[in-house]
Design a protein around this ligand. Sequence first.
Ligand code: ATP
Ligand code: MG
Length: 415
Amino acid sequence: MNRTVVGIDVGTTKICTMVAEVRPDGRVNILGIGLTPSKGLDKGVVVNIDDAVNAISTSVEKAERLSGYRIGTAYVGIAGKHVQSLNSRGVVAISRQDHEITGTDVSRAVESAQAVAIPTQREIIHVIPRAYIVDGHENIRDPVGMSGYRLEVETHIVTGEVMAIQNLIKSVERAGVIIDDLVLQPLASGQAVLTPEDKDRGVVLVDIGGGTTDIAIFIQGGIWHSVVLPVGGNHLTNDIVVVLHTPHNTAEYLKLKYGSAIAEEPEEGEDDTIKTESFAPGEQLEVSRYYLNQIIQARSEQIVELIATEIRRSGYDGLLPAGIVLTGGSSLLPRFDELVRDMLGMPVRIGSPTGLSGLSDAVDSPPYATGVGLVKWGMTHGLRHPSGGPLPGGEVGNWRNVYDRFKGWLREFLP
Ligand SMILES: Nc1ncnc2c1ncn2[C@@H]1O[C@H](COP(=O)(O)OP(=O)(O)OP(=O)(O)O)[C@@H](O)[C@H]1O
Ligand SMILES: [Mg+2]
């Protein structure tokens, strides 16, 4: 039987609900999407619950109508600058007499990795085992069945502020959807646009949306660093509003129609004047395209600087031969990829979700990386360990218990 999975990307500019099933050939068949402008969010975080609930409900209803599927539960993306990550190692002695490593040993090792001091106002979103070490032998991806005395696990732990997490959970649940799991947005996006080879070689995933720039660094197939920066395409638009004194809609229009991350002087004799609306009703504003793009380039450079600083801060800057994969709506800004390549001196490509069928035309572009990634995440991480326990290479759901997850699953079968 095909399994249906739902993802809800609660973004700063749009809410995107996606209903999908996984085909026997592994392709993700998109059954329905519900897209609506986001409300009640600022830089990836819920700031007005009522507005967020309305927007999420609209998006969910649209996806239900299109897919003919009643949405009971969903994987939901989380972001915001409150999110932090750290790497932690757990160690246990093998319990069985014959020293064969079991799933229980793996669970204990992962649990011991979580014994790090986490401030009371924060909670764990993910504990992702990356690699195992058996009696000092490193880089083991699946230790179950091996023999040894001592099992170590390297994990990537993602935490967020309790209140920000609760406000997101509340908004989704009030919209009538039970959360299967929260997934850090760049991890979801990575699931949609990165290949296993990218992750093996070493790659930086950068999802530039409206309010946030989400970064995840993968090396040797595992996640090593993740962070959410509170900057995005909205800053470009706001700069245009402030500098050119245009209404917000006009500024967004100018950016989408004439914007470029690299400002080019007009050729000799070329008139690059753009006529547009100003704040004063009925009054026209004239601006050169070169000037418009100087505004955009200045902020774009600042965003790339922040990305560069984060890559350096991670300490993995020398280990990323697969370079940078850009995704998210703002990666569509013309020449942004070129700017990143010039400033960072790394290979750069724009990543779109692949391996899709059904309504794939609607979602095979960068703004949908998180939504597609959420359903892919649900398909690979969901029922593999319904008990919520860890599996090698899997993720340990820890904020919601099995019973809650099952409640959500049952709800799909209610009339
Ligand atoms: N062709 C384009 N050129 C430039 N910018 C674009 C283009 N298309 C979309 N954008 C910008 O992308 C941003 C929206 O991206 P996206 O849909 O990925 O955001 P989001 O997921 O809602 O937000 P976030 O992830 O930051 O919470 C907007 O700022 C929009 O102006
Ligand atoms: Mg986004």
